[in-house]
Design a protein around this ligand. Sequence first.
Ligand code: PDD
Length: 286
Amino acid sequence: MSEIVYLNGEFMPLEKARIPVLDRGFIFGDGVYEVIPVYSRHPFRLPEHLRRLQHSLDAIRLANPMTDAEWTKLTHDIIARNPGEDQSVYLQVTRGVARRDHAFPAGVKPTVFMMSGPLSVPSREQVEGGVPAITATDYRWLKCDVKSISLLGNCLLRQTAMDAGAVEVVLFRDGYLTEASASNVFVVKNGVLLAPPKNHLVLPGITYDVVLELVAANGVPHAVREVPEQEVKTADEIWVTSSTKEVLAVTTLDGKAVGAGKPGAVFRRVHQLYQEFKRKVMRQAA
Ligand code: PDD
């Protein structure tokens, strides 16, 4: 069965979806996006994703083309039209089609696109054994809180990880941890979970928020503060989090073992809390 996508008011098979080459998303990367995990056909944390979408749209001065109620209905419609209990919904809004000029065009309709594919979460082997990561200098722009479709920096950085046989690249700016190419980063040092604060240098991750809520509710010692590079490089545990990776342990960094070289005790506890929380939310939604 062909994947069904939504483009500017219509549902259609993926291969029928077309946009004009002058779309500012294509020409300038002038747009924003969201990725929403779907478990048992229920979108996870949809209101939070829609709130972040609004933040991104405001940051690029683009009017939201739909109300939250309309986005919610559309998200449920795209899930219903696609196979699979667990899916990954991708939505994108660009400034629309106009003659190439850097300044914003007047009176142009934004392009709205949504698709949903299978959700590929880490394998059991990756969850139980952890994954390798490398480090790099964060050379992206200074508005990383915007979920921009201009991801060239992130793509270049991720490819350096792939080239090194690693799964992610942990980024530092001016000697401090920011995030990874497509995930947030947590570290554990002396039993305390540390997370860099949300600011313009990191994407405010939905999974990041869930993790912090869970540790607060379950008495796991934690602090949100700047994390120096040295502290990451000598951490007992390192994790990456995202809507598709969930919570995943990094067990080697630049080829060196992190802590004991296997997922740590704090990771195992929080990974379990995360899975339980997901199941609870899905039961409530059903
Ligand atoms: N990426 N940081 C960056 C740079 C990201 O691209 C992502 C997510 C995250 C984690 O955010 P969340 O927990 O809301 O997924 C952090 C998505 C999954 C992507 O681009 O595919």
